[in-house]
Design a protein around this ligand. Structure first.
Ligand code: ADP
Ligand code: ZN
Ligand code: ZN
Length: 720
């Protein structure tokens, strides 16, 4: 006899759905979230397909869980992500499914308050409850129990006796409804034309991917807000992806100024009940606009008509653990599946996106000018080979003079160095011992404010010792090289009566404090800002007229094929912080290589030429987007095991024409968190089926022993 069988995908690192028999009386559809037995547990999973078959021996589906199911489009998207990244299907599902919590009982929020009745029997515990509830406020049962210092049982007893009455608590909506007519911005001609192109494209039968390229301060946000407004007018949904959502209070305020309410936000800081309700409201279509970090791409939108990827060139869009995906690229795929328009916005687009424009796959909309007739900052290089910086100092005399002049006029200066902490390397003057992380092949970075040595790869922290741990010499530790904290020290000595602040991602006090400080800077309460890349992005500081880059060459020497592009983008972004207000800005860039194409392009303002040359270099080398890359990291707790497994894998590569497998080689970061790492790099021509090749190769590979692991990274962004 045949019966119904459900293939259920479980959100664990499993690549196949498991089959379960469907009880006759259970109404079930594909996409439903169900509860099923797995080994000795009950787990949640999603019905990936339903079919007829011989299911007598299968375990049964326990039941259907409340909450939104996953639409066919969403399942197609997750299947695609898993196919592309080679992550197990279940891992992809884990990103798209907010687990219904099987243990949670209190779904409806019930509040209680006092009635006029008195208890039949008074106890000290009951007395406490009545005293605590005297104010007449409706509280959750658990809150009242907590306030009175009694157990929930005491509350239940009083409800049974009618001393307390229960009422359902009204839920406030998770997000307000954006009003597209709230704060119509008067756009400049150029902005208006760009906005029209965007909104018109949204009604095309197959909405395009648009690269919205505009110099810093040109008003890209204002322009894509018009597309968001169009989505809301149509009653549909829009998603705005941002690299560092938690820091964008300024962005939320601008959104509120345009739409009357803040957008719903989705990031790792949104937790618990809030997260669940938001998830449901997005699935029902009640929430119209979501601004979120990359994970927001995996929410079950009911009717998505627009995805904006702001600062599309940002590396923060790449997830480098678990499922290795690039949110920009996956946004394009999701847009295709949902038939939604995708807008990639940047002042410094990735080479990938520009080449996609050239290939005719993306459309190009440009904003070549700053808003309000503001000029781009003047950029000058300071040649460190010619200008001497005093010993133990990092600011050249030219830069010092410029800072002095700027703050003397009541304007702000930003000093940029992309290095957290006080010094990147600490050694002992007496015995030359270098302080290294015990878990990683990396130097410990001194953080003087916290009096500690920190590993930036694994988070290992130790107190900065008084005496050398190696030879016992006292006060013998020397910091080598500068970090932002060391620059702050120098600034304090040079400008003792100016207000300076250091901003980096490890800012004490966390995101909340950081937000306050960013607002304070924008309000002009600080004279000199010393910061890492954190301050380079997106912020608008109207009084900032000088940007000094301390070491423009830092990123140029790494083995990363995108090193030049990244450095160019970062420098362009950070110098773009200057002169966004009424007053014109300038930037001074300290460099040892003023003739390097990156520096030359930055100073001349000729971004086009840089892009053309860099694109040609990539093409000649067959690097992305002209060829394809995948990296495989083999790691294990013992070096020999990692190396042996990487070699065993290399033996069975059998690369077809157009495919090269390089390595294995010890990774530049050979040890991270106690695991030794070897790399294999697959490089193919563009037309090659990279995923197909990887799958066939992995199927030939021997099983790794013990704790050996292989992480697959298609389109790697990091080469460490
Ligand atoms: P981008 O994202 O291109 O760097 P923004 O969208 O942040 O530029 O705009 C830069 C600044 O100019 C912001 O302070 C913004 O409020 C202002 N601005 C841009 N366009 C307009 C406009 N049409 N009307 C008023 N202010 C604008
Ligand atoms: Zn020593
Ligand atoms: Zn470490």
């Amino acid at each position: 006899m045949t019966s119904r069988i459900a293939d259920v995908l479980i959100p664990l690192a499993l690549d196949t759905a498991y089959s379960y028999a469907v009880p006759d009386d259970l109404a079930l559809e594909e996409g439903d979230v169900v509860q099923v037995p797995l080994a000795t547990r009950e787990v949640a999973g999603v019905v990936w397909s339903l079919r007829e078959g011989q299911g007598a021996n299968f375990k049964k589906v326990t039941g259907v869980l409340e909450g939104p199911n996953l639409s066919p489009k969403m399942r197609k998207f997750l299947d695609w992500v898993s196919w592309y990244t080679l992550a197990p299907k279940g891992s992809a599902l884990a990103m798209g499914l907010k687990f219904p919590d099987l243990d949670r009982t209190e779904v409806v929020r019930v509040g209680v308050r006092l009635t006029d009745s008195l208890p039949r029997r008074m106890t000290p515990a009951r007395q406490k409850v009545i005293a605590a509830a005297q104010d007449g406020i409706v509280r959750l049962k658990s809150e009242l129990a907590h306030a009175a210092g009694v157990s929930n049982g005491v509350i239940d007893g009083l409800i049974d006796e009618g001393v307390l009455e229960t009422l359902a608590l009204l839920q406030e909506p998770v997000a307000g409804l954006p009003d597209p007519g709230f704060g119509d911005t008067a756009l400049s001609d150029g902005q208006g034309e760009a906005a029209r192109q965007l909104t018109a494209a949204m009604s095309e039968e197959h909405p395009p991917v648009i690269l919205l390229e505009g110099v810093t301060g040109s008003g890209k946000t204002e322009v894509y807000f018009e597309a968001v407004a169009e989505a809301v007018r149509q009653g549909r949904q829009a998603l705005i992806l941002m690299p560092e959502i938690a820091l964008t209070a300024q962005f939320l305020d601008r959104f509120a100024a345009r739409f009357g309410v803040k957008p719903a936000t989705w990031h790792s800081g949104v937790t618990g009940r809030k997260r669940e309700r938001l998830y449901a409201a997005i699935a029902s279509g009640e929430v119209k606009v979501v601004a979120g970090a990359r994970s927001a791409l995996f929410l079950p939108y009911a009717d998505l008509s627009l995805i904006v990827v702001d600062e599309e060139h940002e590396t923060a869009y790449k997830q480098d653990d678990g499922v290795h995906y690039h949110a920009r690229d996956m946004a394009v795929v999701r847009g295709k599946i949902e038939n939604a328009m995708v807008v990639l916005a940047s002042a410094t687009p990735s080479i990938e996106s520009r080449v996609n424009v050239e290939r005719g796959r993306y459309r190009h909309v440009k904003l070549p000018e700053r808003f309000g007739g503001r000029s781009m900052p003047q950029i000058r290089a300071i040649d460190l080979r010619r200008e001497t910086v005093p010993k133990g100092r990092w600011l050249s005399p030219t830069l010092v003079a410029a800072v002095e002049e700027t703050v003397g006029r009541g304007e702000q200066a930003l000093l940029f160095l992309n290095r957290r902490g006080y010094a990147p390397l600490t050694l002992c003057r007496a015995c030359a011992h270098r302080y290294e992380c015990p878990n990683c092949s990396a130097w410990l970075v001194e953080h003087r404010f916290r009096r500690s040595l920190v590993c930036h790869h694994c988070g290992h922290v130790e107190r900065t010792p008084q005496a050398c741990v190696e030879c016992g010499s006292v006060d013998s530790l020397v910091p080598c090289g500068p970090g932002v904290e060391r620059i702050a020290e120098e600034v304090g000595e040079l400008f003792p009566d100016k207000r300076a602040i250091v901003l980096s991602s490890d800012f004490p006090g966390g995101t909340e404090r950081l937000r306050t400080e960013l607002a304070a800077i924008a309000a002009g309460e600080v004279d000199i800002v010393i910061g890492t890349q954190l301050v380079a992005k997106g912020h608008n500081f109207p009084l900032m007229t000088l940007v000094g880059v301390l070491d423009a060459d830092i990123g140029l020497t790494s083995g990363d094929p995108r090193a030049a592009e990244r450095t160019f983008q970062m420098l362009q972004q950070v110098t773009g912080r200057a002169g966004r207000g009424e007053k014109p800005g300038r930037a001074l860039v300290q460099t040892w290589q003023p003739d390097h194409p990156v520096i030359a392009a930055l100073v001349s303002g000729d971004a086009e030429r840089f892009y053309e040359e860099e694109t040609r270099v990539r093409e000649m080398a067959g690097l992305p987007p002209f060829g394809r890359l995948a990296s495989l990291i083999v790691s294990a707790e013992e070096r020999e095991a990692a190396e042996a497994h990487a070699r065993a894998m290399a033996l069975v590569t059998e690369p077809p024409p157009g495919v090269m497998v390089l390595g294995p080689a010890e990774a530049p970061l050979a040890l991270i968190r106690g695991r030794y790492r070897y790399r294999l790099l697959v490089k193919t021509e563009r037309e090659v089926d990279l995923q197909g090749y990887l799958r066939s190769w992995l199927a030939r590979c021997p099983k790794g022993k013990g704790n050996t692991r292989v992480a697959i990274d298609v389109d790697p962004q990091s080469f460490l």
